[in-house]
Design a protein around this ligand. Structure first.
Ligand code: SAM
Length: 246
């Protein structure tokens, strides 16, 4: 069996356990919009901001470039791009329109091109972005392989891709992260929102997700030149990056 077959096998196992259909994912995120940003800050003790800063530094936006934040949600990564490089054209796409409406209330939102779109069928021409970034898309998207191929398609030759996501824990942190995923985060969500469903899904999908090295293998298998990874927070979060061949 080739290493790619192993990757596919792992992926399929993961899908059986955790996958929701696209419309369920969309309604889930639309429904948690009012608490989404606050929960992110609370669950991560504000650390998600530094992971986002790291990701954007990794793609190093240059003046005049066109950058897509795919699955933008409320736009945290898109705003971070503008903070690091004001002279760029930033596009922010998601299929959860309520999440984007929330982002559009934020200061400087008018500097971003917001667009309702599905990562599985992007409404952009081939070879048109200098960089595509995403936060927590690859764990949530219904068909990861198709999303990866779409991202590759819209990138210019030589252009960069970076993704931030949670990852299944390993080593000494495993029991801690497991307790956080199974109990602490759903409990926090229940206290904050009266419901914990979406945050139980966060825990389940994190524990069943592919590791960064599997994700990099997948990116290589669809045609990216793989770059690297950086893990954070007891190896429970990772940024991975890659490039479209020139
Ligand atoms: C956990 S949120 C992340 C939002 C934001 N990127 C962040 O870093 O906070 C995941 C986002 O992925 C979006 N998403 C999932 N599947 C998608 C798809 N097929 N097309 C577009 N957006 C998708 C959801 O709507 C949701 O807004």
């Amino acid at each position: 069996m080739s290493s790619l077959d192993h990757v596919r096998l792992k992926l399929n196992k993961h899908m059986l356990k955790n996958d929701l259909h696209g419309d369920q994912v969309r309604s889930m995120f639309d429904a948690i919009t009012p608490v989404y940003d606050r929960m992110n800050r609370l669950m991560t003790f504000g650390q998600d901001r530094s992971w986002r800063r790291f990701l954007v530094r990794k793609i190093a936006p240059q003046p005049g470039e066109k950058i897509l934040d795919l699955a933008t949600g409320t736009g945290d990564l898109a705003f971070e791009v503008l903070r690091q490089q004001a002279d760029v054209s930033v596009w922010a796409g998601d299929f959860a329109v309520q999440m984007m409406k929330q982002g559009q209330q934020r200061q400087h939102a008018e500097r971003i091109h917001w667009l309702a779109c599905d990562a599985l069928s992007l409404p952009f021409a081939d070879d048109c972005f200098d960089a595509v970034i995403c936060g927590f898309l690859l764990r949530n998207v219904e068909d990861r392989n198709r999303a990866q191929r779409e991202i590759l398609r819209v990138l210019k030759p030589g252009a960069r891709f970076a993704s931030l996501d949670t990852m299944p824990p390993s080593g000494f942190a495993k029991p801690l992260v497991w307790v956080a995923c199974r109990f602490a985060v759903p409990l926090l969500a229940r206290l904050m929102t009266g419901r914990s469903g979406a945050y139980r899904y966060l825990g389940d999908s994190t524990l069943g997700f592919a590791s960064p090295s599997v994700l990099l293998d997948e990116l290589r298998s669809v045609g990216f030149e793989a770059g690297g990874m950086q893990k954070f927070w007891m190896n429970s979060v990772a940024v991975i990056w890659a490039r479209k061949p020139s």
